[in-house]
Design a protein around this ligand. Sequence first.
Ligand code: NAD
Length: 260
Amino acid sequence: MELNGTSAIVSGGASGLGEATARVLAQAGATVVIADLNAERGKEIADAIGGRFAQTDVADESSVRAAVQAAAGGPPLRVAVSCAGIGWAARTVGRDGTPHDLASFQKVIAVNLTGTFNLMRLAAAAIAETGPADSDGQRGVIINTSSVAGIEGQTGQVAYSASKGGIIGMTVPAARDLSVTGIRVNTICPGIIDTPIYTGIAGAGGDAEEFKARLTAPVVFPKRMGRPAEFGHLVRTLVENDYMNAEVIRFDGGIRFQPK
Ligand SMILES: NC(=O)c1ccc[n+]([C@@H]2O[C@H](COP(=O)([O-])OP(=O)(O)OC[C@H]3O[C@@H](n4cnc5c(N)ncnc54)[C@H](O)[C@@H]3O)[C@@H](O)[C@H]2O)c1
């Protein structure tokens, strides 16, 4: 699908994979709305790419509704990419016998899984109101971000993996639901990509660089972390290739997560 002259909305667009996606889509000629909690960084990036910022909590219905309305107010809305997400590390039962905190589990599900569904459903409804973009009757593309942890979660990733596995599970039924409106749905499962998310996971006093080096060790090739721009490139490819639909794509340099 042609990106030039369209609108796109990117959740989590103020950092990491979402920022790279927003930049790639803008380069391809789309007017991008960055939907993120982080207003300072979000506005900065929106200004840099000639887009707009909408302060958004993806887990909140009215907040996402307003962001989608903003995105639908310009050129036809054709693309919604969910990159907003949070990490969390805790075992089902901790070494000291304490069960996983339920509120933390619910929070990760609310942001990562419910938040992704929230944007997908509201953006799809807005995209469905546009006219067809081509002779196939195509109207738009939804891209969701899962993780290889949604397939082979490591110890301590039970909440995160549940949220990311749920995104994988939505891919085929959502693509089937939305086929009548000419909307494709694909899910990307990144491996280890070099973004600020690891600063948070390493935690207060944690060494993010050491944490990253340990995570990268099992990468097959190229032997490094992925680059956010490489993720943005894949998003663009998935949007532009009209036959990619209902697919879950690993984007991981061949890594297969070990238990720890
Ligand atoms: N970086 C990786 O290696 C990697 C691997 C697999 C999956 N992922 C997934 O990719 C996505 C992007 O990750 P990243 O590495 O770019 O992280 P990041 O921390 O750099 O960016 C995440 C962005 O999401 C925003 N955000 C968080 N909660 C939000 C909410 N409730 N509403 C709106 N915005 C919110 C943050 O403000 C931030 O700008 C996440 O879903 C993450 O789980 C990342």
